[in-house]
Design a protein around this ligand. Structure first.
Ligand code: NAD
Length: 295
């Protein structure tokens, strides 16, 4: 339990609903372990309350706030500046109250998206980088956008998105155009129903990521890859889902004998550790966090 004093500094978490979140437990464990007099508190903030809640970061001289659904896009107009990959993704999950030369907060708010940064940091821990790689990404939603934008900023050569025919498909097209405008990464969006193209792209891909929630309630039985003939031995197979720890896709890859198969636990941990570093400037010991949080 953190010891709260008159000097304790505040990090928020603004979302609705939010009471189920594991974020405060993660952040407060890290601040405690790092010896920082900082606490994170979750606030129920919907889109109506968002403008005043963001203004409170300035008024209360908070270090910043994590932002989750439904506020990741809605927060953009209230910020002063955006990190390049948050700009590309058009989504923010971390607002930092920038510090001045004397180290105190200035009230100038910069938005980041550490979901994507966290995904690539988790892969970096396994010795896998984005540099020059071809990514097949199933989904064009919030998680997929963050992963693609951050990967493009880190040097991905190409991304092929595959999406069902819903509103995210057109959003994916706009994202692909922003990625191609801002980086040298080639990006295209295809119909998930085009199995032949999916197979063709997968057979030449380095990394597959499913960012649709397939395998998690209410899509627990869904696997977007029809069978193991779509996978090849060198493919890195990843899923943003971490509950359950093994989705049907990850099981398919493991049973096909692939050795580099990862769920979303590392992404979840590293999105938090990346945000913590942005607030306090400190690296957190990931092994300690994994042990204490049983990840
Ligand atoms: P979102 O609603 O923004 O996007 C959902 C995507 O899935 C869209 O592209 C949509 O078209 C697609 N989709 C929906 N139903 C589908 C179906 N039946 N078949 C195929 N595709 C379908 O959601 P999001 O915020 O991007 O979250 C996606 C998943 O990623 C969730 O499971 C979420 O828990 C997970 N996530 C994990 C982390 C992490 O840290 N590990 C972070 C963010 C999100």
């Amino acid at each position: 339990m953190p010891h709260i004093t008159g000097h304790t500094e505040l990090v928020g978490l603004m979302a609705y609903p939010i009471r189920h979140s594991g974020s405060p437990a993660t952040h407060n464990l890290a601040y405690d372990h790092n010896g920082d007099d900082v606490v994170q508190i979750a606030f129920e903030v919907d889109e109506k309350a968002l403008p005043a809640a963001v203004e409170s970061i300035r008024a209360l001289r908070m270090l910043g706030s994590n932002i989750s659904m439904p506020n990741k896009q809605a927060v953009l107009p209230y910020l002063d500046e955006l990190d390049a990959s948050a700009e590309m993704a058009q989504a923010v999950n971390t607002v930092v109250n920038l510090r001045g030369e004397d180290g105190t907060v200035t009230g100038r708010l910069r938005g980041y998206n550490t979901d994507g940064m966290g995904y690539w940091k988790a892969l970096a821990e396994e010795g896998i980088s984005a540099q020059g790689k071809h990514l097949v990404l199933i989904g064009c939603g919030g998680a997929a956008s963050a992963i693609a934008a951050s990967g493009a900023a880190e040097g991905l050569a190409s991304v092929d998105f595959f999406n069902i025919d819903d509103a995210f498909f057109m959003a994916g097209k706009a994202l692909a155009a922003r990625m191609e405008g801002a980086t040298s990464c080639r990006a295209a969006v295809h119909a998930l129903g085009d199995r032949e193209l999916l197979r063709e792209k997968l057979l030449e891909a380095d990394i597959l990521c499913d960012a649709t929630g397939a395998g998690m309630h209410p899509l627990e039985d869904l696997c977007n890859i029809p069978d193991a003939s779509y996978l090849h031995e060198g493919l890195v197979v990843t899923d943003t889902v971490y509950v359950p720890s093994e989705t049907p896709l990850l099981r398919l890859a493991r049973e096909a004998g692939l050795s580099r198969v990862y769920n979303g636990t590392g992404m979840m941990l590293y999105q938090a550790l990346t945000a913590i570093k942005l607030y306090t400037g400190k690296e957190t010991d990931a092994a300690y966090m994994r042990e204490k949080l049983s990840l």
